[in-house]
Write a protein that binds this ligand. Structure first.
Ligand code: ATP
Ligand code: MG
Length: 456
């Protein structure tokens, strides 16, 4: 069919609008170029069109998308290597590539048929137009369009509209390449973030473990007291049995009774050791529905006696039925640290109180001061809260600002690592909770651990 100049112009207008639309769609690059070629073929009623893109890897043009080419047509298009998409088109294709300008070559009907590159059965003479696809800075590839020889004047000579089409394709390609580049960058970034997160998790796990071991080491004296007490009791029972035997008063009932007592003391020691082993173990995190009072009472099995030795009075106000989803072991680690901190702060503050007591007229509060830790557990809305309160004189503002920082400690070398609250904060934060501190200078501090209440 022969078109008038107006018709051709109108068709190209549509093509340009459609290409702009295609570029804006979120399609893969090969899909986009194929759709553009189909558009050209449909609107212009041409037998074939193909796009070759410059491939940076092999430094040559490669056939990227085509309509109307035979399947056996060579997929290679390499003007630089002098092995063109087809030697038949080589020269003009090469010129177009080198000079960055549009080139046309006539292809008589017989040659087209002989060439066996295209699908159509040709009844007309045609010409092949090679149009460079350019970005602002480089040649991206070539658009090749096979048009009827008799329409050549309209397509080429009187309008530069094919260059405009190639220009549109060029901007679409640049945009797609940028999008792909950005996507790569985003994927890479995601991988880097993931790797870093994994590394941090690994470090955190190591930190938690070393924090636990430090706590264990520091608790050693407390544990010694804890085990000493039942051992002492056993020793007394055994002595009593020996005495009874000596004086001939060892009855079966007495023996049975005393052996039962020994058994219960051994049980207690076993329990403490068992507990220590679980606590020190580098076990993977296991989240279970846990009664919040359980890790707290477990902690007192480990350091209850030690607190007594330090003359610290402990009061409990624990509500029942408070469940959270947590790892018992990790919660113990948190409570152990906060209570351990309160113990150390009380020991420290005792020295200050002692100075007041030495004054000729000591203030009443100093005379009545007694080291005390109060532990409360309760529910507020759908949160479970544990408060650990001490009367150790509070934390000055300049210290308060730093207590959750890693390695911040006011304790003497070898006593504190400064990791206790940092690790505790991480553990509670991972469970969707928080640790807060409320302090009043001259009175004391309240550390509160808040966790989401476990649902059924
Ligand atoms: N109840 C408290 N009263 C006063 N100061 C406190 C209290 N709890 C914590 N602190 C201060 O916060 C600091 C940091 O506590 P954190 O538990 O992180 O480390 P640490 O106890 O010094 O060492 P670690 O716990 O690693 O053995 C303490 O050194 C102390 O100065
Ligand atoms: Mg601590």
């Amino acid at each position: 069919m022969k078109y008038s100049k107006e018709q051709i112009l109108e068709k190209f207008m549509h093509i340009i609008v459609e290409i702009a639309h295609l570029i804006n769609q979120n399609q893969e690059l090969d899909q986009m170029t194929l759709e553009i070629l189909k558009l050209l073929q449909d609107y212009l009623d041409i037998p074939a069109a193909f796009i070759c893109l410059h491939c940076n890897d092999v430094k040559s043009l490669q056939l990227y998308s085509q309509v109307g080419l035979c399947t056996q047509a060579s997929a290679q298009c390499n003007p630089k290597a002098k092995s063109s998409c087809n030697t038949f088109f080589y020269e003009k294709c090469f010129d177009s590539y080198i000079h960055c300008s549009l080139y046309v070559e006539s292809v008589p009907r017989e040659e087209l048929i002989r060439n066996e590159l295209f699908k159509s059965g040709f009844t007309d003479d045609y010409c092949m137009v090679h149009i460079p696809i350019l970005s602002d800075i480089e040649i991206l590839g070539l658009l090749h369009v096979l048009i009827p020889e008799r329409q050549k004047k309209l397509f080429i000579d009187e309008t530069s509209i094919l260059s405009l089409v190639a220009g549109k394709i060029g901007s679409g390609l640049v945009r797609k390449k940028l999008e792909i580049g950005l996507q790569h960058y985003a994927d890479n970034l995601e991988k880097i973030v993931q790797r870093r997160t994994d590394e941090l998790r690994e470090k955190d796990a190591q930190l938690i473990q070393s924090g636990k071991l430090a706590t264990l080491g520091e608790m050693a004296t407390g544990i010694a007291h804890e085990i000493n007490q039942p051992l002492g009791a056993i020793s007394l029972i055994v002595q009593g049995l020996q005495k009874a035997k000596e004086v001939g008063k060892l009855t079966d009932d007495l023996l049975h009774d005393k052996l039962k007592s020994i058994h219960s003391q051994v049980d207690r020691i076993n329990k403490i050791i068992q507990h220590l082993r679980i606590f020190g173990r580098n076990a993977p995190l296991s989240l279970d529905k846990t009664n919040i009072n359980k890790p707290m009472t477990d902690v007192f099995e480990l350091i209850g006696r030690q607190l007594e030795k330090h003359s610290i009075l402990v009061e409990f106000y624990l509500d029942s039925g408070l469940f959270v989803c947590a790892d018992n072991n990790r919660l113990e680690q948190v409570f152990l640290n906060i209570i351990g901190n309160a113990r150390d702060a009380l020991d420290e503050y005792e020295k200050t109180v002692e100075q007041y007591r030495q004054m000729s007229n000591p203030p009443a509060w100093a005379a009545n001061w007694q080291k005390k830790i109060i532990i409360r557990s309760f529910r507020r809305a759908n949160r479970v809260i544990v408060e650990i309160q001490d009367n150790a004189g509070g934390i000055p503002k300049d210290i308060l600002d730093k207590i959750f920082e890693p390695f911040f400690t006011t304790k003497e070398v070898g006593k504190g690592t400064g990791l206790g609250l940092y690790i505790s904060y991480g553990i509670i934060h991972d469970l969707g909770g928080e640790i807060n501190v409320n302090t009043t200078i001259g009175i004391g501090s309240v550390f509160s651990v808040t966790l989401p209440e476990a649902t059924e």
